[in-house]
Design a protein around this ligand. Sequence first.
Ligand code: UFG
Length: 330
Amino acid sequence: MAILVCGGAGYVGSHCLKELERNGVECIVLDNLSRGHREAVGTTPLLLGDLGDEAFLEEVFSSHTFEGVMHFAASSLVGESVQKPLDYYENNLGCTMNLLKAMHRHGVSSIVFSSSAAVYGEPEIAPIPEDSPCSPTNPYGETKLAMERLMHWCEKAYGIRYISLRYFNAAGADLQGFLGEDHNPETHLIPLVLQAALGLREAVTVFGQDYPTPDGSCIRDYIHVQDLAQAHWLALKRLLEGGESGIFNLGSQHGMSVLEIVETAKQVTGVDFPVKAGPRRPGDPAVLIASSEKAKKELGWNPCYSDPQTILATAWRWHQAHPQGYQTKK
Ligand code: UFG
């Protein structure tokens, strides 16, 4: 019996894979390596293929016995989703439909799902509890919400239980320094800031200085990827022990502005890299902070690496050792 980890070669997926294996879980990764990295999978078996390919999925489910599924595989760039909504619905919702169909056909009844704070859109309150209204402002968030709703109905019809984990800003790197964040193109604040500290970028641009926040820059809730990994393990355990479905926010419950991240990065790296002011990035809410009380109470989640210093120090260690990212580009 194994766990199928879809998207296990990606940033969050690979850290969760490592955590599952550390807890003695046998895993098999399914990834098309469109954004992920073979190196991040290490020695775990990798099935190279696409969730869009139903014949391939049938072959995967026929030739293995899975106790459960972890589903990280998705397109996740907000700006790109606005440009290419059809691609996002196809790759996110369409592929999840194929995965759930295969699970149903083969009697696999537990799935842990990567969702996002993007389902809330422009929230009216901070911190945001799970029962806040969901009103996504882009196709990326819409597809994550649609996938959650699909799993809700699949539970009612077919008994597939699910835990959906709504991440806020995943950040940081593996504590041992083996895994890290390597996107192409890179759009996330912390890797961009560290690339500037390494001299690989001329400057960091702060998108907007006139938000209704104390220093005028956007506030986000950065959560260490190792803390996310612990939550996935706890969620999987709950489902495998017969526990109920659920939706949980995963954040540190602490907001950091863009300028505060920049300052902390300067302290951690010891480099005074150039910082420029730029216009707002369309679609960015001013403040996104999670309430994670539910995950703490119900899953027993205990995030302990999500202070800004640890996030930046672990990310910095990985970026210094891998200035061009993973060696294998596929
Ligand atoms: N930012 C800058 N300059 C940059 C890059 C980012 O100022 O060069 C700012 C952004 O405007 C934002 C903050 O830094 O205020 C964080 O931006 P990221 O791109 O790192 O992350 P986002 O908050 O936009 O996105 C994250 C996840 C998405 C998810 C979203 C939820 O990466 O997958 O949170 O809204 F959808």
